[in-house]
Design a protein around this ligand. Structure first.
Ligand SMILES: *Cc1c(COP(=O)(O)O)cnc(C)c1O
Length: 368
């Protein structure tokens, strides 16, 4: 069976494996080498190896393009950003993953790029920012506000203006959305999060259906020296194999916690893709195949938010997301987040695979 005819859940299991030969391994073995015997296609370790290739094959299949793995999500972002010619204009969301914003701000300080921040959830505003731009940076949904831009409308407009669209789909995962099908030129993931799924490595990935762009990205990875380690690639592929079942449990847990938090007297607002009152519920329905394992909620004060971080016992007070264990933090503890208008009391909860009643008991006692 050709992998392209499979559903994405099956693709994640079937792809990135060695050929089926008698007595051959079923899994791609871990390759640890910095160089290769001369005379073949592989030359030097910075270009890649079979372990990295196996991860890329699986991720590329599920995204519908060619994938390039990086040593972190930020290394993947950097490969795109520092490859832009001097003077390029980047259209970006007003609120999104704050280190990507800082990366872009540093390019402005160096005189390399100029930025046009826009409320990309307002389609007309975003389109008005496109003329003469080079790149439209989107995040879907945004971290930590969980906003959803109208991706097909924006990619169509960007194409008309000759603007490339990148979608950071870290929160949606490759099972939540296929941005390339909606017209994006590149999809980016921090594989550190749901893809690897166990909070045990840092890695990133880009995928594109444009072979010339794929080649450019691979050249940039080589020149920026951003190849991921073999062990990381091995573990990230192992994470991909179980993504569908992990996500199923995380989504079910998150949906239940979101509903209960909405009724909690100490909580002012809950943001979750699965809530009927999500401001972009129509886009969620049209674009996303699940509601994800991430939710954000605002207790009635910053003090109570801090108290929740101090008092959780099962849930871990730490940054990051997408692991088997539930993680929670107040994003406003980072000054960059507040500059981006993230509410100071907002708590971001990455829901893990624990029993939902244990998670609720922990949250309830921490909010009391
Ligand atoms: C974590 C994250 C990144 C950065 O990825 P790293 O692997 O930490 O470098 C980028 N975008 C989003 C949405 C993230 O959550």
């Amino acid at each position: 069976m050709h992998p392209d005819s499979l559903r994405r859940e099956s693709m994640l299991i079937a792809t990135g494996r060695p050929p089926r030969i008698p007595a051959g391994p079923v899994n791609q073995p871990l390759v640890l080498t910095s160089t290769f015997h001369a005379g073949g296609e592989r030359v030097y370790g910075r270009d890649g190896n079979d372990t990295v290739d196996a991860f890329e094959a699986a991720l590329g299949a599920v995204e519908g393009g060619g994938a390039t793995a990086f040593s972190s999500g930020m290394a993947a972002s950097t490969a795109l950003i520092e490859g832009l010619p001097v003077g390029s204009v980047v259209v970006l969301p007003t609120t999104f993953y704050n280190f990507n914003r800082t990366l872009l701000d540093k390019q402005v300080e160096l005189g390399r790029l100029s930025l046009r921040p826009a409320d990309v959830t307002d389609t007309d505003t975003a389109i008005a920012a496109l003329p003469q731009a080079s790149l439209l940076w989107l995040e879907l949904p945004t971290n930590p506000m969980l906003a959803v831009p109208d991706l097909p409308a924006l990619t169509a407009a960007a194409r008309q203006h000759g603007v490339r669209t990148v979608v950071d789909a870290t929160l949606a995962t490759p099972l939540g959305i296929r941005p390339l099908e909606h017209g994006a030129d590149v999809v980016m993931h921090s594989a550190t999060k749901w893809i690897a799924g166990h909070s045990d490595l840092v890695m990133g990935v880009l995928a594109t259906a444009d072979p010339a762009l794929d080649e450019q990205i691979k050249v940039r990875r080589n020149l920026t020296g951003a190849l991921p380690g073999g062990l990381e690639s091995f573990l990230a592929l192992r994470g991909l194999r179980t993504l569908s079942v992990r996500l199923e449990r995380a989504c079910a847990n998150a949906a239940e916690l979101a509903r209960r938090l909405e009724d909690h007297p100490a909580v002012r607002r809950v943001r979750y893709l699965g809530l009927p009152d999500h401001p972009h519920a129509d886009r969620v329905k049209a674009l996303l195949d699940n509601h994800g394992g991430l939710l954000s909620f605002e207790p009635d004060s910053v003090q109570r938010a801090e108290q929740v971080c101090d008092r959780v016992r099962l849930i871990t007070h730490a940054t990051s997301l997408g692991g088997v264990e539930s993680l929670l933090e107040r994003r406003g503890r980072y000054p960059g987040e507040l500059q981006q208008q993230t509410p100071a009391e907002l708590l971001r909860l990455s829901v893990g695979l624990e029993h939902v009643e244990d998670l609720w008991a922990d949250l309830d006692q921490a909010l009391a």
